[in-house]
Ligand binder design. Structure first.
Ligand code: GAL
Length: 665
């Protein structure tokens, strides 16, 4: 079943209103609602005394319309009586400050006392709802994140390190603690990176970031275990923040869940730009789909202007529907809007829901209602169909953490670089899987390793074998620089990738905003192509077995290779040693795609996204017009549009923010 619904906080509204809300939801054809996610104080007003009666009544009212329920565990925001138990429960920020009561996510996930409170409320909820006919699943906590640097975390970190290294000598050697006499003679001497000042040992910092990430994985597991034991028939998920969030290894977090869920806010109060880059949204979907290599849900989708202190631009007519179909196009099997009605109180007064504060159903509600009707007809056709990709991009959280610690250049951002490359595929209508460094590469014809900075030897071997067996690999600058301990490899760069790429990095340069370089392509195939600008991080290459694709045009390395192409076994590897402008990746990737004959489903049109899902042998082509004006596309075959059963062929007009879901006639 395709689930479509909304996040609802009945505890924030008078009970007389609940039946009206439920009726409106049912009229919009909602079949699922998420409840209770921040309602700890209402469910356990004092320690150990539980009140689920109000929630039972809310579920009963919704249940009259056969609306199913996802319950949120409320552990992201504990009531004062929990936090009063000990000052240690509060998280310590990187600057050493303990947070105080007033916001949410105030807790340290490693505190046994907090975990005890969590165990109690989650067990009580699970016991109460295990066999409730309307409850189908659980969302754990809310958007895990934020590192804690408290003394408890420090102790836990030291224990974690004992498990990771053979002994202290091993740690001292791998971390290179001989530098500045940091040699540890007792595990208890090891600090958290905040305590060491602004430039900790990169090895210490990387391990701490890994530890913090694992802390949330364990904190989640604590709840998964309870829910899976008591409610074996229910699914368990968590709502993640997509590609943009970089403090948790989401591949690890996804492992213990039945499926992952995404929260997506294209026009939040923090985005000052009125233009939305659809490829950025799509990268969130591709990331979520990649975490478990399976379809995902959207647990929160923006359904009004975002805002805490400020108010963002409202979603334009058609945008909410477009965003929801975009999520579906990329593999979502459930969509919930955040939130039902805009709150009158609290920090999120200006975070608008489907209904405004006054509760009059308006254009945003009507748009959701239109979708509800559509999904009632086509949801089952779409549900469970898969996105198939021949291209994969490697997302390395270790590399991302490492660049957070040492960006190499203030202008370099791993995430921006990743987006640059993803954008080329997105604009070309080529689906991409986002995969972890250790992953089976055999399903892919093309694999991209953007700035794969921390590179375990085993991963490099897998990439080499992949190329030898016929794969195409594109590696970009600053790859293969670090070992797993975040020490620089004792080899010529790109380290373990030097052989497969047939190239060595002789020297590198880190440029400023006002100092750039240009490339000149060396192969005739590129003649007439725009000369890309490069900068920020430029490596001077020396091919060993590779051919030169492009050289620098300026500076003391004018004429020296910047991009190379190596044929190895049955495959090929391109090494791009300079960080380029968008045109560089456009040119390189189109060249590679042409070579290996990967094409998009349809001809491209600016701002019109084309994506496919497959229901076994049946292709569903999603056409999404991200422009706020009409666009014309060309269909060279005859298709039927699932949304209205009309047949389309030849020139087709797309409405502003319009959507088509086509199957071949
Ligand atoms: C999300 C969060 C929601 C709500 C929303 C609007 O990130 O999960 O609980 O806070 O943002 O701010």
């Amino acid at each position: 079943m395709f689930y479509f619904g909304v996040d609802y906080y009945p505890e924030q509204w008078p009970e007389e209103r609940w039946p009206i809300d439920a009726k409106l939801m049912a009229e919009a054809k909602f079949n699922v609602v998420r409840l209770a996610e921040f309602a700890w104080a209402r469910m356990e007003p004092t320690e150990g005394s539980f009140d689920f009666e109000w929630l039972d009544r809310a579920i009963e009212i919704l249940g009259k319309y056969d609306i199913k329920i996802i319950l949120g565990t409320p552990t992201a925001s504990a009531p004062p009586w929990v936090m009063q138990k000990s000052p240690d429960l509060y998280r310590v920020r990187e600057d050493g400050q303990r947070v105080t009561f007033g916001n949410r996510r105030a807790y340290c996930p490693n505190q046994p006392l907090y975990q005890e409170c969590v165990r109690r409320i989650v067990t009580a909820m699970a016991d109460h709802y295990a066999s409730h006919p309307k409850v189908i699943g659980w969302q754990i906590d809310n958007e895990f994140g934020d590192r804690c640097y408290c003394p408890t975390c420090q102790k836990k970190f030291q224990e974690w390190l004992r498990g990771r290294y053979e002994d202290l000598d091993d740690l001292n050697q791998k971390w290179g603690t001989v530098f500045w006499s940091h040699t540890y003679s007792d595990w208890g001497e090891i600090p958290t990176p905040s305590a060491t000042g602004s430039s900790p040992n990169p090895a210490l910092a990387l391990d701490y970031f890994r530890f913090c990430s694992e802390t949330y994985v364990n904190f989640q597991e604590l709840q998964v275990d309870i829910l899976k034991t008591i409610c074996p028939g229910h699914f368990v998920t968590h709502n993640l923040m997509g590609f943009g969030y970089d403090r948790i290894n989401y591949f690890d977090l996804g492992r213990g869940l039945d499926f992952v869920s995404l929260d997506i806010y294209p026009r939040s109060q923090w985005s000052t730009d009125s233009c939305i880059d659809p490829s950025e949204l799509a990268l969130n979907h591709a990331t979520l789909r990649g975490l478990k290599k399976q379809n995902f849900w959207v647990m929160e989708q923006q359904s009004g202007a975002g805002g805490w202190e400020m108010i963002s631009m409202a979603p334009r007519p058609g945008e909410m529907r477009l965003w929801a179909y975009q999520s579906i196009a990329h593999g979502a099997d459930g969509i919930l809007f955040f939130r039902w009605r805009s709150a009158r109180y609290g920090a999120e007064q200006y975070w608008h829901g489907l209904l405004d504060h006054d509760a009059y159903p308006g254009r945003r509600y009507d748009e959701a209602k239109q979708m509800g009707k559509e999904l009632q007809r086509i949801g089952d056709l779409i549900h469970g169909s898969e996105v198939r990709s021949q291209v994969a991009m490697i997302l390395s959280y270790d590399s991302r953490f490492s660049f957070e610690i040492q960006p190499n250049n203030p202008l370099f951002s791993y995430a921006q670089h990743f987006k640059q490359i993803y954008r080329v595929f997105h604009q070309g209508g080529i689906p991409v899987d986002i995969i972890p460094p250790h992953c089976d590469l055999s399903p892919y014809r093309l694999v991209i390793a953007p700035a794969l900075h921390v590179l375990p030897e085993g991963c490099a071997q897998a990439l080499t074998q992949y190329v030898r067996a016929g794969g195409t690999l594109l590696v970009t600058q600053r790859s293969g620089v670090k070992d797993e301990a975040n020490a620089i490899v004792n080899q010529r760069l790109p380290g373990y990738l030097a052989e497969v790429c047939g190239v060595e990095v002789v020297e590198y340069d880190s440029l400023s905003r006002t100092r750039q370089n240009r490339l000149e392509f060396a192969l005739p195939e590129f003649s007439g192509k725009e000369m890309p600008m490069v900068g920020v991080l430029c490596e001077i290459l020396k091919p060993t077995t590779a051919k030169v694709l492009a050289c620098y045009a300026e500076d003391f390395y004018a004429g020296k290779p910047a991009i190379t192409w190596n044929r190895v076994g049955k495959g090929q590897a391109v090494y791009a040693g300079a960080l380029g402008d968008q045109s560089l990746y456009g040119t390189l990737i189109s060249w590679l795609l042409e070579k290996i004959e990967i094409k998009s489903a349809l001809a491209q049109c600016e701002g019109v996204e084309v994506t496919e899902r497959w229901q076994e042998g049946r292709q569903l082509v999603f056409i999404l017009n991200h422009n706020d004006c009409q666009k014309t596309i060309h269909l060279d075959k005859s298709y039927s549009n699932l949304l209205n059963d009309m047949t389309y062929t030849g020139e087709v007009q797309l409405e502003p923010h319009g959507v088509l879901i086509l199957t071949l006639c």
